[in-house]
Write a protein that binds this ligand. Structure first.
Ligand code: ADP
Length: 308
């Protein structure tokens, strides 16, 4: 199967260099759909996609591409449900911007408000933050969002679940109407759609489905590979099977999480299982595996004990 390259999606050399440095080989499905659309026209966007599909680069690359380093006001705002996600998204954007002189600032609760205030007085091109803390800054007039080009609502359903919907509306009301709004969510409950209908312009919807594979096949083979080639080799092994369905054993919990994450963002239906999961979570994961909603279970040997 051939797929377009990042270059063919219309990204500039600076950004391509940054992508190469990060080791991104080819765009993920959501990136393939989102990047050209965001670069080409001015529609708003709803992205219906799960975590780990590469959303950050999907919205981040076109935004980074289209912003100019100026000393003017804040140009983009990314809202996320949690402090962890704020840090993760802001780090990811930072690593994707390459040499482009753009300032990306994370703003979240738990950090000194005075230090944030100081930082907000300086030049900031992109703000990534959680709704609660951003509202504090809006109320004390530390933050001016009236000239933004982009507003991103990341994991909108999680923000809804955390009770942030009114905060989001308040923040939206403090932004300029001619901004471009991008909303990403794994689920599309009514309040999200009604938010979109009230606050978004003419929008396009992109749906990214999770791949599902099926049926069993077991054999014993070993491969000698270099440590650095292990992930590639693993993916090749999975790919050559018409219907891969199986377990991947790792030595540590960290390895389980790392491998699962890598597999998921490459588009594989993988789930992690290790000692940190509660009994309930364990049952849930096993249920998905039995029903073949997920076809790859990444486990530590401890966690897999008692598996039938
Ligand atoms: P999401 O926001 O959908 O949860 P992220 O954007 O955080 O997912 O991406 C998950 C991980 O995949 C990150 O570590 C990111 O650097 C990586 N990633 C994203 N797109 C690609 C790609 N095209 N190639 C390789 N890695 C990617």
């Amino acid at each position: 199967m051939t797929t377009l390259t990042f270059k063919e999606l219309g990204l500039s050399d600076d950004i391509l260099t940054a992508l190469e440095k990060k080791g991104f080989e080819q765009p993920s499905p959501i990136q393939l759909e989102t990047i050209p659309m965001l670069l080409a026209n001015t529609h708003d966007l709803i992205g219906h996609a799960q975590t780990g599909t590469g959303k950050t680069a999907a919205f981040g690359l076109p935004i980074l591409e289209s912003l100019d380093p100026t000393s003017g006001p804040i140009q983009a705002l990314v809202l996320t449900p949690t402090r962890e996600l704020t840090i993760q998204v802001s780090d990811e954007l930072h690593s994707l911007k390459g040499k482009k002189n753009l300032t990306i600032t994370p703003v979240y609760g738990g950090q000194s408000i005075m230090n944030q205030k100081k930082q907000l007085k300086k030049r900031n091109d992109i703000i990534v933050g959680t709704p609660g803390r951003l509202i504090d800054h809006l109320k004390s007039k530390n933050l001016d969002l009236s000239h933004i080009k982009y507003l991103v609502l990341d994991e909108a359903d999680e923000m809804l679940n955390s009770g942030f919907i009114e905060d989001i509306e308040l923040i939206l009301s403090k932004t300029n109407a001619d901004r471009r709004t991008l909303l990403f969510s794994a689920t599309m409950p009514k309040p999200i759609l009604s938010l979109a209908n009230r606050y978004m312009g003419d929008y396009k919807t992109i749906n990214i489905k999770k791949e599902t594979l099926a049926t069993t096949l077991t054999e014993q083979i070993y491969f000698e590979v270099r440590e650095s080639d292990k992930l590639e080799a693993l993916c090749r092994i999975i790919d050559v099977e018409a219907e891969f369905y199986g377990l991947i054993f790792c030595r540590t919990k960290r390895d389980v999480d790392r491998i699962t994450e890598k597999l998921i963002h490459r588009g594989y239906a993988a789930e992690a299982m290790h000692g940190d999961l509660s009994q309930f979570q364990r049952e849930r994961v096993l249920g998905k595996f039995r029903k073949k909603i997920c076809s790859i279970l990444v486990v530590t040997d401890v966690a897999s004990r008692g598996l039938d």
